[in-house]
Write a protein that binds this ligand. Structure first.
Ligand code: SF4
Ligand code: SF4
Length: 112
């Protein structure tokens, strides 16, 4: 008699880690293949986005996003505590880690 194996999601985590856009995702499973920690698992429904089974084990390496052939289909959702942002006083511009066009590094010496 063949034994059955069941996949059980971790208890709900405060962090979603990975989000999919169901309209853009083709279910190619490339993101599942490249995730080294097996955070993602294939969806039993073919063509549907993978399932985030272990969000608390995601270390935000970005491989899944980088390898996705459908731009915008998958994105990382950093926990609130990791969403560091800063504001340039002179102009009011707001910056955050991971933004697409980060500002040039500050070359001014610190004010003592
Ligand atoms: S960011 Fe890295 S660890 Fe997290 S799901 Fe994607 S590939 Fe896996
Ligand atoms: S690699 Fe992109 S398109 Fe393919 S299953 Fe993952 S999110 Fe969907």
């Amino acid at each position: 008699m063949a034994e059955k194996a069941y996949l059980v999601k971790n208890p709900p985590s405060a962090c979603k880690a990975i989000l999919f856009d169901g309209d853009l995702c083709t279910g190619c499973l490339e993101c599942v293949e490249v995730c080294r920690t097996d955070v993602l698992m294939p969806n039993p429904k073919k063509g549907e986005p993978p399932i985030v089974v272990y969000p608390d084990e995601c270390w935000f390496c970005g491989s899944c996003v980088a390898h996705c052939p459908s731009p915008g289909a998958i994105r990382m959702e950093h926990p609130l505590s990791q969403r560091v942002g800063w504001k340039r006083k002179e102009t009011g511009e707001f910056f955050r880690i991971g933004m697409k066009n980060p500002p040039a590094p500050n070359t001014k010496p610190p004010i003592c």
